[in-house]
Design a protein around this ligand. Sequence first.
Ligand SMILES: [Zn+2]
Length: 257
Amino acid sequence: MPKPSLAGGDVDEDLLIEFPFTCFLLRNGEENILVDTGMKESYLEQMAIGECHPTGSTQFLLEGLKEEGLTIADITSVIYTHLHYDHCANGELFLDIPNYIQKAEIENMKNPYDFQIARNDYFPDTRKWVERLKKLILVNGNVKLANGIELYLSRGHSLGGQTVVVPTAKGRYVLTGDTPNLSWSLFPYQDEMLLADGSKITVTPVTITRFALHNYITDQFSAYDTFYMQLGLAQNPEPEYFLGSHDPGNIFIKYWG
Ligand SMILES: [Zn+2]
């Protein structure tokens, strides 16, 4: 459990929360779409931070799909929020189906800034399998797909982040990727956070800024633009319509299907 810096400063510096690596399954009766592809075993050692050794595996993905009665072969397309290692580790399993990736993200992966290299944002094998994608769909900006899902270029964390808007019978949900990685960042006036076991913890609200930034936001001006855009894209600009890629509460919440 890495120590989060919830507001970019040292608010709640002793607070420890689970920081899950998530991916999402979107189903509409015809398509089974993955947003990001999760973690795999061979990445784990490279990701250790001090005493913190993350867990995760391709098996997690397979078991999650199995719970929905699906296998890898049933996935019809993949949408990536970005290509950092913790979002695309199982990409090689989906080479033959459409992959929606922002053009700017692929450029960023090929030409990372030195701080991104130091942080190990992009793993070498990602570049190799991206080049082998048979049905890569380069998204250049914003697009609405035939199934109603909307994709938006979202800078702030990487150069080619992608926000995914999912219209459902319950409203328009926004998958934020890592800009922000915790949806709490969009609503930092909240004084509690949902954990992976369904319980809630008290956190210190942030009131001096509109949004809560953190160490993983690399471009604060772009992040603010992305955050305001996302608030406008949701059914309502309320926390229930936002899912960050690393929200602990995602672990047990099922919004669709
Ligand atoms: Zn990331």
